[in-house]
Write a protein that binds this ligand. Structure first.
Ligand code: CA
Ligand code: CA
Length: 419
């Protein structure tokens, strides 16, 4: 090899090496953790080197270290993962988990599966931990290309790539161009969150003017801001739970129970109330430079809570009334049962009495001769002799004769057989 040829080879090697260093792709390495250190940028591919689709039961990890006082910004360039329902946990599907730190236990920034796509993500510090795992099947379609994302590291005291510092204050702003056509209001807040940011919260007129200038400069018609009356109808509140100290709801601005979220209209320079979920707009994110921004939660629909409370109150009342009715009906049933029993008992004893009296009558008829015999004894006569002459019975027309009194005990005014 001549000197010229040697020089040419060295130059070619240098060119290929430097271009490789400039844009390295870090592929999935089955059951291994790929360490990425001191790289300003690069590409993460969930494919194994030389493959066009990922296999079942893949498990590979990457740890990116951006170096001290640096952070990492990711841009998702392509996603094709096994289908997963939007409501499902990613755990049982093919997934890429992107964590804010250098360990498995670090908090997750986002877990991608199915078509859940965050477009861009940001770490709060120098590390990122990525884990790609696939399950043992790919129903419906048997080949997927997985996820490709580029990363770029940047000094923590600067705004992330693509973000703008609009004043001397340490805030960074972004109006992302993804997804195309914008997002609904809550998704917009989530997309800001994956970048350690929130939908813009304004404190005064100058914040409004700043954003107005930014939006006009971007050439967009309107964008979501972090203002809504989701918590209380017609009481507009920023995502940090503060109320508006100034208003840009000028002119005609219809509000309603189903219109709770606010866009800034850059053409008219005012706020407009829109349907939070049905309408899609670009959105304005704001983050604090250098520090980790406090991620603000979405407001809760207190109106729904009130409605739920109302309906549970109605349910409680209904149940109370039903319980009362059951008690009343039960008491009535018990009362009727007892009364029925008593009636039956009375009836039984009555018929028993009738039976007894019938028997008594029979008995009196059959024993009359003996009785008569008994009354005819001397003893009885003696006793009768001692008695004063009986007075006439009430139903008699005249007093019975002494013989009558003696002869027929049935007509006797005093029946000593019972004494
Ligand atoms: Ca799968
Ligand atoms: Ca409303």
């Amino acid at each position: 090899m001549t000197n010229v040829e040697r020089t040419a080879v060295i130059i070619l090697l240098y060119i290929s090496l430097s271009s490789t260093v400039l844009a390295l792709t870090y592929y999935c390495n089955q059951l291994q953790t790929v360490q990425v250190s001191n790289q300003e940028n690069g590409t993460i591919s969930t494919l194994e080197l030389g493959k066009a689709e990922y296999d079942n039961n893949v498990l590979c990890k990457w740890v990116i270290d951006a170096g001290e006082d640096n952070r990492i910004h990711f841009t998702v360039t392509s996603t094709e993962l096994q289908w997963a329902p939007s409501y499902a946990l990613c755990d049982s599907y093919d997934l890429l988990d992107i964590k804010d730190g250098n360990a498995e236990t670090s908090p997750s920034i986002f877990t991608m599966c199915g078509e859940r796509n965050p477009y861009s993500l940001l770490t709060s510090g120098r590390y990122a931990y990525l884990k790609f795992s696939t399950n043992d099947q790919n129903p419906y379609k048997y080949s997927y290309s997985g996820v490709t994302l580029t990363f770029q590291t940047f000094p923590a005291d600067q705004c992330p790539p693509g973000w703008k510092q609009l004043t001397s204050e340490p805030f960074c702003y972004s109006i992302p161009d993804k997804p195309d056509g914008g997002a609904d209001w809550s998704s917009a807040q989530h997309f800001c969150n994956y970048n350690q940011a929130n939908l813009i919260v304004m404190k005064n007129e100058s914040d409004f003017s700043l954003i107005q200038g930014y939006g006009v400069g971007k050439g967009i018609d309107a964008a979501w801001i972090g203002l809504s009356d989701i918590s209380h109808e017609s009481r507009f509140q920023w995502l940090d739970n503060t109320h508006t100290t100034f208003s840009k709801f000028t002119g005609s601005n219809p509000d309603g129970e189903d219109m709770d979220c606010v866009v800034q209209d850059f053409n008219a320079g005012k706020w407009l109330i829109k349907h939070c979920e049905r309408e899609k707009f670009p959105y304005i994110c704001k983050t604090v430079k250098g520090n980790k921004t406090t991620i603000l939660g979405l407001p809760e629909d207190k109106n729904l809570d009130d409605a739920a409370a109302d309906s549970s109150f109605i349910i409680a009342i209904t149940l109370g009334v039903l319980a009362g009715l059951v008690v009343v009906i039960g008491s009535l049933a018990v009362y009727c049962y007892i009364q029925g029993k008593r009636h039956n008992r009375r009836k039984q004893s009555q018929s028993r009495t009738e039976e007894t009296s019938l028997r008594t009558i029979d008995d009196s008829h059959s024993s009359r001769p003996n009785r008569r015999h008994w009354f005819n004894t001397t003893h009885t006569i003696d006793r009768l002799d001692d008695r004063p002459e009986p007075s006439a019975p009430h139903d008699a027309t005249g007093p019975p004769s002494y013989a009558e009194a003696l002869g027929d005990s049935q007509h006797r005014p005093y029946d000593f057989s019972l004494s």
